[in-house]
Design a protein around this ligand. Structure first.
Ligand code: TRP
Length: 453
């Protein structure tokens, strides 16, 4: 049998994980979630949740993936043979495909805007016009479909090349670039006239805004941002070598993800305020406010504005791609290892399934906008089904599996990399406590509050 591929170095591991974590969740979702949920107070809960809830789930997936060196389904069959846990393995093959199908539609929008930035640029002088353009783009039939297809095709090409020459290489080159780009955009943004109010909004907490639904939103956002609960982290961890410290790579990933979200917040919110736009604009925030800002800037500094616009949409595109491939890989790993597909065939199958579901997601802004599932359009149904339900449910089951089903000494063995890392007893006990008690209890609470809300 062909030997299973592994990531080549610690740097490669962290870049691949960070590539999965840092994506539209940070650039597109985080700013509008902050906007809708009360600014800095939301960020504080988000921060706490990232380290005390999300990190334990991340580690649980890492423990399972690295222990089994297998895809999500194979991992369950190996660690709990012949039990119902295999359903968790199967569920987590399906959920990333659902996420990928709507994610790819937004990835497609960013391609549309990148082409616009490179060709005509942004010249609409009023916010109404910009919003109208966005509305026209997403509700039309062909451009979003063509670009959704193109986006998925790029993912398929990267995945086709495999773990080392595809995922690892792409992440190692693009992730550092991404940080450079976002810092450049941030510098530009905080220097816009009137940007101060946006900075204040991000740093000054208003604790009166914190309600149960804000807490649930912050926790949900931190799960989404770290790609938890649907087997992406499990699958990537299965490519991590035995001597790699998964605690360090987990903390490294969570920190980079958080840093990037904050940088993205500072790149976007000051510009939003500078343009006099309401921060609660929702999912269209970056696609509506930024073109407006670029066109305003273009009146005085056309070259600078055009270049920042191009940089910005490249940033979004690259961030989206490195995340999308991590969802893509889950299904491919399953098909190759469990169903004995060749890698190209598995890539083609995952491409086709997400492509078709993505078409429906895309059309749900136009011709299918009146088609509702439980009161949601297809796009928002897929989004809510995964973010509010499948991810939390998956995350809960992964922590229960590691905390209650796996022998404690196996968990310790993984977290200390077979005793190679010098982790104090107290540190391990604390991490184990988070995995076994705190994270599952908190997820159940969030779940209940989501149901009630
Ligand atoms: N975390 C990514 C982002 O912030 C998105 C993502 C990748 C994801 N894999 C995932 C989200 C798995 C949920 C589940 O954009």
């Amino acid at each position: 049998m062909k030997e299973r591929e592994n990531f080549g170095s610690r740097f490669a591991v962290i870049m691949a994980f960070a590539g999965s974590a840092i994506g539209l969740g940070n650039i597109w979702r985080f700013p509008y979630m902050v906007g809708e949920n009360g600014g800095a107070a939301f960020i504080i809960i988000y921060l706490l949740s990232s380290f005390f809830l999300s990190l334990p789930i991340f580690l649980s997936e890492s423990v399972i993936g690295r222990r089994s060196h297998s895809n999500t389904f194979g991992a369950m069959e190996m660690l709990a043979p012949g039990t119902k846990w295999k359903w968790l393995g199967l569920l987590t093959v399906v959920s990333p495909l659902v996420i990928l199908s709507f994610y790819s539609v937004v990835g497609g929008w960013s391609l549309v805007y990148l082409f616009k930035a490179c060709s005509t640029g942004f010249t609409d002088s009023s916010m109404e016009e910009v919003s109208k353009v966005f509305g026209n783009v997403i509700s039309s039939v062909w451009p979003p479909l063509i670009f959704h297809t193109l986006f998925l095709l790029i993912c398929a090409v990267i995945i086709f090349f495999g773990v080392k020459s595809g995922i690892e290489k792409f992440s190692k080159i693009t992730m550092p670039l991404l940080f450079v780009l976002i810092v450049l955009i941030m510098i530009y943004s905080v220097n816009l006239p009137g940007a101060g109010a946006g900075v204040t909004y991000l740093v000054k907490p208003d604790f009166s805004k914190i309600t149960a639904s804000v807490v649930a939103a912050a926790v949900g956002q931190s799960f989404f941002s770290l790609s938890l609960g649907v087997g992406t982290i499990l699958t990537y961890s299965s490519y991590v070598r035995k001597d790699e410290n998964i605690l360090v790579s987990g903390i490294g990933t969570a920190s980079l993800d958080l840093l990037f979200a904050i940088l993205a917040g500072f790149a976007i919110m000051p510009a939003v305020f500078a343009a006099g736009i309401k921060p609660e604009a929702g999912p269209g925030l970056i696609f509506q406010t930024l073109p407006y800002i670029f066109s305003k800037m273009g009146e005085h500094l056309p070259v600078l504005s055009a270049s920042v616009a191009v940089l910005f949409f490249i940033t979004i595109l690259v961030a989206a791609l490195t995340s999308a491939i991590s969802m893509f890989e889950v299904g491919v790993a399953y098909l190759v290892e469990e169903r004995k597909f060749s890698r190209p065939a598995a890539t083609a199958v995952v491409f086709s399934l997400t492509w078709v579901l993505g078409i429906f997601c895309s059309l749900s802004f136009g011709p299918l906008k009146n088609f509702h599932i439980f009161g949601n359009t297809i796009f928002s149904f897929c989004d809510k089904l995964t973010s509010n339900f499948l991810m939390t449910f998956g995350g809960l089951l992964f922590t229960i599996f590691v905390g209650w089903k796996m022998p404690r000494r196996d968990v310790r063995d993984e977290i200390t990399s077979g005793g190679r890392s010098s982790l104090g007893v107290h540190t391990f006990n604390f991490v184990y406590f988070l995995i076994k008690y705190l994270a599952p209890a908190a997820i159940v609470l969030i779940f209940i509050s989501n149901l009630i809300l």
